[in-house]
Design a protein around this ligand. Sequence first.
Ligand code: FE2
Length: 426
Amino acid sequence: MESIRLLQIGDIHFPEWRDQQLVDWKDTTVPSRLVRSAVPNRLQNAMRKAVSTCASQEISGLLFCGDLTSIGQLGAYRECVDYIIDNFRLREPGLWAPAAVNVVPGNHDIDRRSFDPNGPDIFAKFEPLVDAWANRWEPILVGRGVRASQLGSNGCSAGVFSMNSCVGCGEQRFIPAPIQNVLSRWIARFRARNPIEAEVLFVEQLDTPSFEETHVTEVCESVEQMAPDTVVLILAHHNLLQQATPRIDLYTDVINGGLVRSRLASRDRPVLYCHGHIHKSPIEVVTSPAHPAGALVSIAAPLFVDGFNILELHFSRAGRPLGCTVRPFKSEDHGGMEESQPTRIPLVPAPRAPMFIDDLLRAVIGATTEAPVRFAEIAARVREAHPTAADEAIAGMLLEAEWLGITEVKDRSAVPAIWVIRRTGP
Ligand SMILES: [Fe+2]
């Protein structure tokens, strides 16, 4: 079965996490150089695993979900861009095409002191971030529009739309003048004594994440035009669905997130929505009864030091998208990073499954029963009518049938010889 794999990396927050070590350090009289030499560096371990995974898993694309830095430190943002370029060797000829690397702004990336909140251009605040990428590698970050890129290999294809969900971040609140006068004097005094706390209290809280409405319209129109054999994937920083942990804060949700969620769930095909921001990694699906062929599949990446996702997109022999497997890698207490239980998300709704079934697949399905059967037995049954069918082709069709909800393959990650298959659908 053909597939392509993408690496989804959540919030990096450089340099906040650059020097964080995994240690329960009680005796502070021990020299720090000894401690440093003995304990894991969480960010470096995560990066090492992500880079080695790219080499071993034939990763076709990188998705960075924003928040490369914290509280708008432009210098740190640039350092993080260099850190990514160096570790993933983006400048090495032939290794990564610009279309394969996607990045979006995060609310923490915006330097709120560097732009005029009363200025005419709401997108001006993203220009330093755009330049950071353009000057160091390629202009892959787009602040004032949607970036569309195409990824693919072996006849499989994914269309990635990188969207800016931070358009409203850093905008000013227009508090009535009398209150503003009192508050500004008080804030100035507080800021003089506590500059960092003031950033958190008075800047971070005035966060109003939002999409430009025309960007959303543009993406929806583009999705309508896309070939049915392309998986649609949207990359943005913010979650569209409210996080599971109650959050008590101002403007915690994207102010037009409901609009985006509703429009994306109303397409006549599934849309994968990949994001960061919440530092957790839920996978949730929204469907609309009026659009049974569509679904909004929301896939969050955790804080990078806690792990990352491989998104594996699976295609039929005819190149039609069948499903997405989210393979999470999570940091362990010992500082290593291990792959944990995958989540399988079918991309073909049940009413459409018959459209994918041809003669050979029908024969393979016909060889399965509700009672579990070993692969060799199924292969033998298939060859009674199709003597030239190879094991590899039969195995691929059993996996296709599984994505269509018709079979279940036990021990799927092992070689087909030890598979046990049973019929679960019509
Ligand atoms: Fe973040």
